[in-house]
Design a protein around this ligand. Structure first.
Ligand SMILES: [Fe+2]
Length: 259
């Protein structure tokens, strides 16, 4: 039988406003996301798993979630989401079990979806907290015969930025302590930083994805919007998870002028 590959598309940091006519950092992020989803519909196969990795809305109101859920229902993709620091977990939970799955299985892979919004500092930081770390530990133990991909909003590694590092995953040390015990973790994906990174850390392929909304310039002491034209476009990450445990991944930038 031919090798089967699980295909995942990550879209993150949409920052939808409750009122769609409101801009986020001067961008019409709702229409950008709409066009990005249209683009995915024509470019990705229907067995793609679409993962929305947090900051789905900017200041959590119910209308933005409702509009997005209606939009997602019309897409051909199986979709799940996790919250970011700007989300309202209760409103997301109310959108149904399918979107809020914590474990997803695909072709020998186990995808573990985490909530990193515990212990917010009010400035954007978040943590997994005891119960989510225990869930991660238990789920990794139960799936030791599979390759694992861990999905969370906050970056568990430094991005060498004076304003972003203080708001990375607050309990990253404990997170890596759990992962060290489980050699079948192949990858970690996150959002939050609005820029692309890829590290090989402790033998794990760790990747961040630029946003569907606006991008932040790398390695700055204060928040500066990306000004390099090639890096400004809304983006998404495609991951191919092979049965052998290999991850092939690429960030793609969506040219709004083509959409
Ligand atoms: Fe964000």
């Amino acid at each position: 039988m031919a090798n089967q590959t699980a295909r995942v598309v990550q879209v993150t940091d949409c920052h939808l406003q409750n009122d769609p006519s409101q801009l986020y950092r001067n961008q019409d992020v709702e229409s950008q996301l709409d066009r990005l989803l249209d683009h995915l519909t024509v470019t990705q196969c229907s067995d793609t798993l679409l993962l929305l990795t947090g900051d789905i809305v900017h200041h959590g109101g119910p209308d933005a979630y409702r509009r997005l859920v209606t939009r997602l229902e019309h897409l051909p993709f199986d979709t799940a989401w996790i919250p970011g620091n700007h989300d309202d977990v209760d409103l997301m939970q109310a959108c149904g079990d399918e979107l809020n799955r914590k474990v997803i299985y695909r072709h020998g892979w186990c995808l573990i979806l985490l909530n990193s919004t515990s212990d917010p500092d009010g400035c954007g930081s978040g943590a997994l907290g005891r119960s989510e770390l225990a869930f991660l530990q238990k789920t990794l133990q139960q799936n030791s015969d599979k390759h694992c991909l861990v999905v969370l909003h906050h970056n568990p590694l430094s991005v060498e930025s004076g304003w972003q590092d203080p708001i990375m995953l607050a309990d990253s040390e404990q997170f890596w302590k759990v992962l060290r015990l489980h050699q079948h973790v192949r990858g970690v994906i996150c959002g939050h930083v609005h820029q692309e990174w890829r590290w090989d850390y402790q033998g794990v392929d760790v990747m961040s994805c630029p946003a569907s909304s606006v991008q932040f310039k790398k390695r700055c002491d204060d928040m500066i919007l990306e000004d390099e034209p090639a890096l400004q476009a809304p983006a998404y990450r495609v991951l191919e998870l092979s049965e052998s445990g290999r991850i092939i991944s690429q960030v793609k930038r969506f040219n709004l002028a083509d959409g």
